[in-house]
Design a binder for this molecule. Sequence first.
Ligand SMILES: [Zn+2]
Length: 599
Amino acid sequence: MSQVSLFRKWRSKAFTDLVGQEAVVKTLRNVLASGSPARAYLFCGPRGTGKTSTARIFAKALCCEQGPALEPCNQCSTCREIAQGICMDVFEIDAASNTQVEKIRDFIVDKVHFAPAKARFKVYIIDEVHKLSTSSFNALLKTLEEPPAHVVFVLATTHPHELLPTILSRCQRYDFRAFSLKEVEDHLQHIAEEEKLELDPLARQLLARAAQGSMRDALVLLEQAQHYSGGAVRPEDVVQMLGLLPQETLGRWVEALRQGDAAQLLGAVEEMHRGGQDFVRAVDLWVDHLRLLMLTKVGAQEAGLNELHEAYRGALQSQAHNLALGQILNWLRGAVDLQQAIRDGQPARISLELCLVQLCAPVAAAPAAQSQPAASPAAPALEALTRQVQDLHEKVKSLMLAPPARRPEPTDEPPRRPEPPRSEPTPPARRPEPVREEAHPTPPVRRPEPSREEMPAVREEPPRRPPTPPPAKPAVELPNGGKAITQAKEFWPHLLQSLNDRRLKAMMMDAKLRDFSPENLTITLPSTHQVHYEYISRNVRLLEEVSSGLMQSKVRIEVTMDGAQQAPVLEQEHESLVKKASGLFGGRILDAANDTGSD
Ligand SMILES: [Zn+2]
């Protein structure tokens, strides 16, 4: 067995080695043929799709002693130095670990004007560029404005939508796509053959699916499996190694859900817990399984079903046969919400339990439109379930709001607050999740529900948003027996209460409502709260949807930073509103300004 990891060993060294990014390669070669590269390139795409490898090949091709050439020679000293990461003129910077402005200044601003030591160009490859701090960005931007002719920047990111428009506009953009299951499988097969490794087809597929479109992850997993099995890699090795839920288990979950058997599902969760199962991964698999079930039900063979192992395809077919499409969609929606909730930091196990029990009790909560499972549980069982759901919900909430408070709530609040007049948790009240920030490649989860608004795959942070169609029905449960809210002081706490995204909610607590009319709201933030401003702006569609539901009219929201020239409508009321809002959802007031997260 070789000492070098498979990933390093099989890392692409030339454009011809790159799998699946033909469009990018073709354009880059045209650039090289022209002999005059642009000053800055932006490589966007999910992780593990070859952005950094491509950047390195591009740098080699630009600087190669035999070039500039359409392919690096990989023989000359410059090519070899770049490959080893010791070239004096090619700088690879991982923005995730160089977030201080001094480092960037050191790497770029101060040295950029010196001519290259040896190569034709100075190439700066900045990985995960969206992770640069604002001040580092500004330093970079200054250089991008007037870069010297001998400098080429290659910025790589999984989160292009987090980049400032000023950066985007100065870069030539290249989009790397996630790999299909088949491409990953083919590549694994190729490497297994070259490495003389026996790889079972089902094991290969399990590895490829776990890699979720990332070739790098696939190779790392293959290597792990090779070590784990100590020889031929069989499916059971991969299942054990990855802590996968076997397909049969997922099939049993589906059946239990169909029968509304919450007890069996909670038992399964307990079993997983005892078995040391990773709940986060289990939820990912669950989402993936339900998505495939949906594809099976609508007969979307071309959407990837054809690439599945035959046995698994058969199992999906027989499960889908007994289910209504509405049922599958309902479960999938619940599972995707669950996945997002866990990513937002909610505790995995209890969230999973909550979700499963909720999905088992559609009779209690769902409107008539929801399709019913074949067997309806009896009324007392339902009542018990509903209570269980409420308990779980309370637990999740108390865990969510547990972080240390900077300003503890005055003690005049009774510790046990009266039950608020709402009828959660009902599936119809589920709101669309905030715009997904994560761009990790989870192809199975990407835009799974037709009912949700399609988000553009990549958002450019335009100052103006395309108009949102008015919601057909209120997205939120309305207080006051369904009456629209018309008062600002009533509206604000309800809006806060309706937000699922904990971070958004915390940030909104620092915002103020400046204009309040039936159609237009202006939310304003102190001029010091740039991070809040950006985050809230990104989620403005969600806020519009929730607000439209609360006010029962189509509401547009503008988010502004405080220029301090106007007095907010609710200036004086704000403090008490925050308190009231926190009372409504049982939290303590956090100093949200200091809680903007670590990213
Ligand atoms: Zn060379």
